[in-house]
Design a protein around this ligand. Structure first.
Ligand code: NAP
Ligand code: G4F
Length: 341
């Protein structure tokens, strides 16, 4: 019988790549979707026709219990979150509820449905749980590069909520013997990335300027550095983590770091444009507290899981610029578009 996976955040970037990967691996894939008329669900229905959908919300404990009871998954991937860092200052409480408390509700749903208590721990054949932890937990970094033992110093309500979810996942593993792991993933991007994140904002900006649809691109802090990889590679890592004999946490990243300025240079360069003619620095886009430098040490994932990234930073930027040139030249709308590449 096919193994069954339940994914929260199926309408997001990572949910789509993970669902594709698991379908290729022969899984029966279920996606949790929220709302009574969520417009992003049509995107999932078009791209991922073999994915089954179940209604539920990370804010609603009962709905998660019902979803786990209905799907009877072998693996649960908790990707659902308020994931845009600036929004976490504007809606800090909602971020804590979805991105932080949502992890507790999902773990509780698994625990209750599996009949696990402190005295009767999880046995073999239990549901395996993956939590989408983030390099934002490192925040004001204590060392570079960052590995699984680097202390956390989150710099946003989002980072704090992720840190709660991370420690809670570890705690359920230790308290109940559950197979619960966190992937500490560094920034990963693709042509399916939300338009609010800097890589996609830049690739869309470049495409608009190249096609004569805009004449400037307003950005915030150009000096921040990130370790950017391709989302498809990172979805593969999530699955690999849940196949390991022992439940452990892993850092996933490329080990290279680039500044936003270097990203901009590469993206405009890919379209044959000089960025300095178009980019406007806007103080209003700076954050109350910035994460200045992220750079992964993914050695553990490489040696224990055999995971390697396959797409370089330069290839990723070129892929995103090309995809957005094609999208906009074809009259597509990145905010409405229901056909993902
Ligand atoms: P994304 O594109 O922003 O997707 C977020 C998903 O969360 C969407 O499917 C959204 O569904 C869902 N969601 C929001 N509120 C929810 C709720 N109340 N109940 C259930 N689902 C809800 O994010 P992503 O880039 O794919 O990232 C996936 C996960 O990895 C997130 O947890 C993110 O924080 C984490 N992460 C991402 C990165 C990265 O670089 N991409 C790095 C580290 C960690 P709707 O369509 O219903 O809004
Ligand atoms: O693309 P970003 O918004 O991503 P950020 O804040 O690093 O968070 C992403 O990666 C995390 C993993 O480390 C995830 F956990 C999280 O869910 C999300 O996927 O911003 C990247 C950098 C920041 O330093 C920001 O200040 O780009 C800088 N930046 C400069 N101008 C900008 C802009 N960011 C955005 N979004 N928009 C700008 O105009």
């Amino acid at each position: 019988m096919a193994r069954r996976a339940l994914i929260t955040g199926i309408t997001g970037q990572d949910g789509s790549y993970l669902a594709e990967h698991l379908l290729r691996e022969g899984y029966e894939v279920w996606g949790l979707v929220r709302g009574q008329a969520n417009p992003r669900v049509s995107r999932v229905r078009q791209l991922l026709q073999d994915v089954r959908l179940v209604r539920g919300d990370l804010l609603d404990q009962g709905s998660l219990i019902s979803a786990v009871e209905k799907v009877q998954p072998d693996e649960v991937y908790n990707l659902g979150a308020i994931s845009f860092v600036p929004m976490s200052w504007e809606q800090a409480e909602l971020t804590a509820e979805v991105t932080g408390m949502g992890v507790l509700r999902m773990l509780e749903a698994i625990r209750v449905c599996s009949g696990i208590t402190a005295s009767r721990g999880a046995g073999s054949g239990q549901i395996r749980f993956y939590q989408a932890s983030s390099s934002e937990m490192f925040g004001q970094v204590r060392e570079t590069p960052q590995n699984e033992r680097t202390p956390f110093h989150p710099r946003s309500p989002y980072g704090v909520a992720k840190t709660y979810g991370h420690f809670l996942t570890q705690n359920y593993r230790e308290s109940y013997g559950m197979y619960a792991v966190s992937g500490i993933l560094f920034n990963h991007e693709s042509p399916r990335r939300g338009a609010e994140f800097v890589t996609r904002k830049v690739s869309l900006g470049v495409a608009r300027i190249k096609l004569g649809l805009a004449d400037e691109l307003r950005l915030g802090n150009l000096e921040a550095r990130r370790d950017w990889g391709f989302a498809g590679d990172y979805a593969r890592a999530m699955h690999m983590m849940l196949q390991a004999a022992e439940p452990e946490d892993y850092v996933i990243g490329t080990g290279r770091t680039q500044s936003v300025r270097e990203l901009v240079e590469a993206a405009f360069g890919a379209a044959g444009l000089d960025w300095e003619r178009y980019v406007v620095c806007d103080q209003a886009l700076h954050r109350p507290a910035e994460v200045d430098l992220l750079c992964a040490d993914p050695k553990k994932a490489r040696t224990q899981l055999g995971w390697e990234p396959t797409v370089t930073f330069e290839e990723l930027v070129a892929m995103m610029v090309e995809a957005d040139l094609n999208l906009l030249a074809g009259g597509g709308d990145p905010h409405q578009d229901s056909s993902w590449p």
